[in-house]
Design a protein around this ligand. Structure first.
Ligand code: ADP
Length: 526
């Protein structure tokens, strides 16, 4: 069974020493005894005790002086004093020295047990509270470190905390990835820095905790320590997971008070938290940089779109104008067909440019909706008319289905034309020759419009994505002859009038794009 601790009993009466030893051993303590103060101090020098019990009156130095000398070696060791009536002056001295308990002579075994247990429990509590107090600054430090996202600032804080908390003569830090040496290594270190750095990195390679180098040990470090004029060197690994990022080190020069035993643990924890915080900060800076680059790319793309759209528009309308005249005037049928090809392709280019400009306007939020009463069948006819040549070319059957109750609606005619036009152009594009297309409206809880085709259909996983800007299924621009903007523009416009757009589809059978028309003060029609 594990022993509860070591107790030193100091009394000049052999019977009391014996009885105490017997009872305390029964209580599972390891017990040493001494007959006078000097013997007690000598015994304490050998190995620390968890409790000392001294008679107040001893031959030579008294019990209070004995305790004082032992506490010079172990400042916090708990102490019980054995007194008798009439020893008030010595008892007062004991109180002034911070005695933890009294045993009044003559005492029973039970009294000894109660006092010993009580004093040890109180000491345990005191140590716990000290541990918690010691953790609090670490908690604060950890919060500070983890909330710092700028590496330079973080490195500065780490060095400052290490220097202040360890009362070091100097602290420094080395980061492998950047081969960066920070802090204030002693002057004499600069010539040695590479050698010392390499030795530290080697020693820390496999270590997860801080270690202490002195002029005496370890052997491989002693000559470096002397050359650098250091007395003590405390170093801890900066480790994130398995990766050794570098080290954090603090030193004392000759003549300074040495590091405390707890400093080693402190540096281990500080470096551990510092390494995690450094990794976080670096990751954050990386993401921030990538974000700025992306924003710049986005700006360039946007400027490019505007430039193309504006610079191409004028020459294109000239080409379209003259080619249209040519196609009407030329008699030679071969040349006429050439002119018609020019007109057809110029129109396609013009519609792409229109998409780009609509996109730009939407991105800049420079578009607003102006509602007015419109006659839907007329507007739909106009849109279908634009696609008549290709509809005929592909022998598509296009039906318009607008029941009387939804013919007069409130809408922004120009914007509605864009939406319908984009949906119809896709329906025409993605429906094989001989297919059917319906452009219709339906009154349910509010007025809806739809464009239905018997085309190739859209797989379920693409039905959301096709409404994103520049998104096309498969390889962009390969067959679609578009920019991937048509549905994005339609969605933005519908959203602007408070509506919704979505698609129902079956691959290989066809798709129906639905969207809602604006609702004005609870009414849909004028
Ligand atoms: P684009 O102008 O390039 O056609 P859209 O935004 O209009 O861009 O459409 C995005 C993608 O959605 C198209 O490239 C196409 O793959 C798919 N799509 C749109 N409408 C249909 C449809 N009626 N049938 C099948 N696929 C379609």
């Amino acid at each position: 069974m594990a022993l509860r601790g070591r107790i030193l009993v100091v009394d000049d009466e052999p019977s009391i020493r014996k009885i105490c030893q017997f009872i305390l051993q029964m209580m599972d303590f390891e017990v040493e005894t001494a007959a006078d103060g000097m013997e007690a101090v000598e015994k304490a020098k050998g190995k620390p005790f968890d409790l000392i019990i001294t008679d107040i009156k001893l031959p030579g130095i008294d019990g209070v002086e004995t305790a004082r000398l032992i506490r010079e070696l172990y400042p916090d060791v708990p102490w019980i004093v054995i007194t008798a009536y009439g020893q008030l002056d010595l008892a007062l001295k004991a109180i002034r020295l911070g005695v933890n308990g009294f045993l009044l002579k003559p005492f029973s075994p039970d009294e000894l047990k109660v006092v010993v247990n009580h004093v040890l429990e109180m000491d345990q509590l005191r140590r716990e509270s000290l541990r918690i107090k010691a953790l609090l600054p670490l908690f604060e430090i950890s919060k500070t470190l983890l909330s710092t996202l700028e590496t330079g600032e973080l490195e500065g804080k780490l060095l400052h905390i290490a220097r202040e908390s360890l009362s070091a003569d100097g602290v420094w830090m080395y980061e492998v990835d950047w081969d960066k040496l920070l802090g204030n290594p002693p002057d004499s270190l600069s010539s040695l820095s590479l050698e010392l750095q390499a030795a530290l990195m080697k020693a820390l390679e496999k270590s997860n905790t801080a270690f202490l180098w002195t002029r005496e040990r370890p052997e491989e470090a002693t000559s470096l320590m002397v050359k650098a004029n250091l007395d003590q060197l405390l170093a801890a690994p900066l480790r994130a997971g398995e990766r050794l990022l570098g080290f954090l080190a603090a030193f004392k020069t000759v003549g300074s008070t040495p590091f405390r035993p707890s400093d080693q643990d402190f540096l281990t924890i500080l470096a551990g938290q510092g390494a995690v915080a450094l990794e976080n900060a670096k990751l954050f800076e990386h993401v921030q940089k990538a974000f700025v680059e992306l924003q710049e790319l986005e700006r360039l793309k946007s400027n490019f779109v505007t430039l193309i759209a504006h610079e191409f528009r004028t020459p294109l309308s000239l080409i379209l104008g003259y080619a249209s005249i040519l196609s009407e005037e030329i008699q030679d049928s071969r040349l006429k067909s050439f002119a018609e090809i020019i007109v057809h392709n110029a129109k396609r280019l013009s519609s792409l440019l229109q998409d780009m400009l609509d996109f730009k306007r939407l991105e800049k939020k420079a578009t607003s909706i102006q509602l007015e009463p419109i006659f839907l069948p007329e507007l739909v006819e106009r849109v279908v008319e634009n696609y008549r040549p290709i509809i005929q070319d592909k022998s598509l059957e296009v039906t318009v289905d607008i029941p009387p109750e939804v013919q007069k609606v409130q809408a922004d005619p120009a914007k509605l034309e864009v939406v319908l036009s984009n949906l119809l152009s896709n329906a025409v594009k993605f429906t094989p020759a001989g297919g059917k297309i319906t452009v219709g409206a339906k009154l349910m809880d509010r007025p809806y419009m739809f464009v239905k085709d018997t085309g190739i259909g859209i797989p379920p996983e693409e039905r959301e994505k096709i409404f994103h800007s520049f998104y096309q299924i498969g390889e962009p621009g390969k067959e679609s002859k578009g920019l991937g903007l048509g549905l994005y523009i339609a969605k933005e416009l519908v959203t602007m009038w408070g509506g919704r757009i979505w698609v129902e589809s079956e691959v290989g059978k066809g798709s129906t794009f639905w969207f809602t028309l604006p609702v004005v003060e609870g009414k849909h029609a004028s």
